[in-house]
Design a protein around this ligand. Structure first.
Ligand code: AMP
Length: 198
């Protein structure tokens, strides 16, 4: 089944074809139509299954980004939380690659690097914010970013975030995003702490 049959618009399907993907992976076939329909999602998927495209593609479609739209600076419409800066960088790259014909504004907030360029990124419109939980909380305490406009929240590799001790941070972040939103949770395992979080 091709990507357009899952409901993806041509701009996104073209970007996927340019990557050389001929058919969706199983997680993509299952997740993309549900996310496009606005449903919340709990998905069991490990790295290597194509899960990044499974949430990035429909997320970009739902945001219906257009350049002319005026949005306040530093107020992302989609937030992707992920455990490590390497994963965050990969996701931000995927947003740019899959969104090449949609032109999303992406910001990457991760620890271990200086905050200066991150402040600069937040002084502009941000469609998709990709972050690790600790650094995002640092920015929130400095009021350089607001989560009040988040429409779609993605918790990527949720089990690893919990393993790394991010549960308190995630709970604080969950209190700052609007209650009315779409939530997508990806995890390789579904032990009790993940079920409770879900
Ligand atoms: P991920 O599980 O998101 O880390 O993706 C693993 C790898 O699979 C990445 O290098 C993607 O570029 C690649 N990939 C994602 N979707 C597809 C697809 N439908 N066909 C072929 N490769 C894909």
């Amino acid at each position: 089944m091709p990507f357009v049959a899952l409901g993806l618009v041509a701009d996104l399907a073209r970007a996927v074809a340019a990557q050389g993907y001929t058919a969706p992976t199983p997680i993509q076939s299952q997740a993309i139509p549900m996310i496009l329909a606005g449903r919340d999602l709990l998905a069991a998927a490990q790295t290597g299954t194509g899960k990044t495209a499974a949430f990035t593609l429909p997320l970009l479609q739902r945001l219906q980004i257009h350049e002319g739209r005026v949005l306040p600076a530093g107020r992302p419409r989609a937030l992707v939380l992920t455990p490590t800066r390497e994963l965050a960088a990969q996701i931000a790259d995927s947003v740019r690659v899959y969104g090449r014909h949609v032109a999303p504004r992406t910001a990457l907030l991760v620890g271990g690097v200086s905050m200066g360029p991150q402040f600069d990124a937040l002084r502009r419109r941000v469609d998709v914010l990709v972050a690790t939980p600790g650094r995002l909380l640092d920015h929130l305490s400095q009021k350089t970013v607001s989560l009040a406009g988040v429409e779609i929240l993605v918790l990527d590799e949720a089990d690893r975030m919990l393993d790394l001790g991010f549960l308190p941070a995630i709970r604080r972040l969950l209190a700052l995003v609007p209650k009315r939103r779409q939530t997508l949770l990806f995890s390789a395992t579904f032990a009790d702490p993940i079920r409770q979080l879900a």
